[in-house]
Design a protein around this ligand. Structure first.
Ligand SMILES: Cc1cc2nc3c(=O)[nH]c(=O)nc-3n(C[C@H](O)[C@H](O)[C@H](O)COP(=O)(O)OP(=O)(O)OC[C@H]3O[C@@H](n4cnc5c(N)ncnc54)[C@H](O)[C@@H]3O)c2cc1C
Length: 601
């Protein structure tokens, strides 16, 4: 079965209330189920099957050639993926796609991640390379580009970064001067994925910079290779994902027709960052897929390799290590598909044919910017921890190229850098939440802060009473939420408008928010699924997260000069009674018995 046929009968009416981004910080009740892999539709599971079979059949057998940068082979594989309908998930039906949501795209991305080079190519093409056109292209640009993009006949690239502007993307110097036919684009872009063979480039430039007040009029365009004026520099020699194409791109009097303006002049940031939100979520899907793939292989290796007359997988420490990797994967998966599901529900309300479709879609993505950033950070860091463990569990063989762990270790590292570095993403989190609270869009946070202050003053912190599967994780999440809200409130009170310069404080607040979201998602998912193994995973992850959160909160409050509040916060800070050793071994054993990730996947 191909993905085309899976897509039939896909539209469902939105049945739940729209969730506001960062709203999870103030909700204790369990009356509203969260989206999760257990709520995937049959169609979504079928997509997973199609994508997995495609990877097994067409891509993984060629991993070595791809790693050696056989870019012709890469193009052929992209065409084959297109034939299977795997590249068209998010392209509207009117332009030759399937018009499906971010959850399905993430499911496909998770499977693609089993071969890193193909994954980078395909995910960049479908996401940052094409979504700017999907969201903001004119009818003419969409009609020309999207049908070919859907089949893999044309490949897209995204040109934001420049030699002098990376994190500070809006400081780009590439210019776009208006001409009789449209625009003439000039400038240099750096580190462009897919540049070596791309057919169209979503490029961000300052329109008529001389005429604008500060030289900034940041705007998106889509330029086609066949129109000329685009020069591709040499391939970079990279630490990882060596088989993907990364080159500098020079725009030299590149003529872009009027129809290829993306959105409005001066509004390029909405496109550039709106698209990155989706990319951040899919990056977490890739991380979950990467760890699952590694788990299969590490379990096989440690079950075969014997030392001291035993398989390494029989040692307590190996079992625990595998258990911890499993719960981190479970944690990513729970939060990621919760977020993608909430976004999809909101997107279902939109009419893809409406003129303001792109604008409204980006608004929804912006609403969930905190969760998307949280997942990018969490996914990339869990993957880095996992690949490090894959190397370690291989011993010396992990350092040798013939073993998968060596490549996985190198390939993982880029994820903390692109799609906005983890530092930039961390700073975005409390900044966005505080702005929302100040604007009255998330007043509940202020109310929760005030209520908590009162409870702390009277020495009676009220925590919800949960029962059943995942109860420990749910209670821990309730404590983490309060800690995050409290520390953010204290930081805001101490630093005031200078908070934006207090980056260490912003990072600490972000970490508490991320841990709250992930533990909450893990606990809710286990509870609503009523699954004992999931409950154990959620409780174990919650215990580990609370240990981490306690250290962060203590350091933050001491540095804020509020160490006297630590005693009052004891009901929130005290460790859980979870037996981490016992649970880690037990979950590790479940994975070893299952020869991989022990949940349906
Ligand atoms: C393999 C690869 C593929 C890529 N693909 C693409 C692509 O397809 N399209 C594209 O447009 N870009 C792409 N990039 C670029 C990537 O997104 C950037 O490298 C990234 O955004 C960081 O920018 P930079 O490299 O200029 O680092 P810088 O912005 O110079 O950052 C350097 C360090 O300073 C820190 N820093 C920066 N600003 C601050 C601040 N305000 N406060 C505190 N710390 C700060 C950063 O976190 C980082 O640790 C790719 C990069 C690579 C390596």
């Amino acid at each position: 079965m191909s993905a085309h046929s899976v897509a039939k009968g896909k539209r469902k009416k939105m049945t739940h209330l729209f969730d506001r981004g960062a709203g999870f910080l103030v909700v204790d009740e369990l009356d509203r189920p969260i989206p999760s892999p257990e709520s995937f539709s049959e169609e979504q599971w079928e997509f997973k099957k199609v994508a997995r079979a495609f990877m097994d059949r067409e891509v993984i057998p060629h991993a070595k050639a791809l790693e050696n940068k056989d870019l012709n082979l890469m193009r052929q594989l992209m065409l084959k993926a297109g034939e299977q309908g795997l590249l068209m998930v998010e392209i509207p039906e009117a332009y030759g796609g399937l018009g499906l949501g971010i959850t399905t795209a993430s499911i496909v991305g998770e499977e693609f991640s089993r071969e890193a080079n193909f994954s980078v190519t395909a995910v960049a093409h479908m996401g940052i390379g094409t979504l700017p056109v999907v969201f903001f292209g004119t009818h003419e640009a969409k009609s020309e580009i999207l049908p070919k993009s859907a089949t893999g006949e044309w490949i897209g690239a995204y040109c934001l970064t420049e030699p002098g502007s990376g994190s500070d993307a809006m400081a780009a110097r590439t210019s776009a001067l208006s001409t009789d036919q449209g625009w003439s684009v000039n400038g240099n872009k750096q580190f462009i994925t897919n540049a070596g063979f791309a057919d169209y480039f979503c490029v961000f430039a300052q329109v008529d910079p001389e005429a604008s007040e500060n030289g900034r009029n940041f705007t998106g365009f889509v330029a086609k290779m066949e129109d000329g004026g685009i020069e591709i520099g040499p391939e970079e020699h990279k630490m990882g994902v060596r088989g993907s194409s990364t080159c500098p791109v020079t725009f030299n009097d590149c003529g872009v027709p009027t129809d290829n303006l993306l959105g409005k002049v001066g509004k390029g940031h909405r496109i550039a960052f709106g698209v990155l939100n989706v990319g951040r979520l899919k990056l977490a899907a890739g991380a979950a897929g990467g760890i699952k793939q590694g788990l299969n292989r590490i379990i096989a290796y440690t079950s075969e390799r014997r030392q001291f007359d035993k398989a390494i997988s029989e040692f307590a420490l190996t079992r625990s290590k595998i258990g911890v990797l499993v719960v981190k994967t479970y944690a990513i998966e729970s939060a990621l598909y919760r977020c993608s599901g909430e976004i999809d529900k909101a997107l279902e309300e939109l009419d893809p044919a409406a003129e303001d479709y792109g604008e409204r879609k980006v608004k929804i993505l912006e609403e969930f910017a905190v969760e998307c950033a949280a997942m990018k950070i969490f996914g990339s860091e869990m993957l880095d921890e996992a690949v490090d463990e894959f190397v370690q569990l291989h011993g010396g063989y992990g350092f040798i190229e013939d073993y998968f762990a060596e490549g996985a270790y190198r390939n993982s590292r880029i994820n903390r850098i692109w799609e906005g570095t983890n530092e930039i993403n961390r700073m975005l989190i409390p900044g966005t939440i505080m702005r929302k609270a100040l604007k009255g869009q998330l007043m509940e946070i202020v109310t929760a802060q005030q209520a908590l202050m009162q409870e702390l003053a009277t020495g009676q912190v009220k925590l919800p009473d949960y029962e059943g599967i995942g109860a420990d994780a749910l209670e821990t999440a309730a404590r983490l939420r309060r800690l995050a809200v409290y520390v953010m409130g204290m930081a805001g009170a101490v630093h005031g408008t200078g908070m934006v310069r207090e980056q260490e404080s912003l990072v600490g607040c972000a970490d508490l928010v991320i841990l709250s979201y992930v533990v909450d998602s893990a606990g809710r998912r286990a509870h609503q699924a009523g699954d004992e193994l999931m409950g154990k995973m959620a409780d174990l992850y919650a215990a580990l997260a609370l240990d981490q959160a306690r250290m962060i909160a203590q350091r933050q409050l001491i540095d804020l000069g509020a160490s006297e509040s630590l005693n009052m916060l004891e009901p929130l800070l005290r460790p859980t009674t979870t037996n981490v050793t016992k649970l880690s071994r037990e979950i590790g054993d479940a994975a070893i018995t299952a020869e991989g990730y022990p949940l349906k996947t």
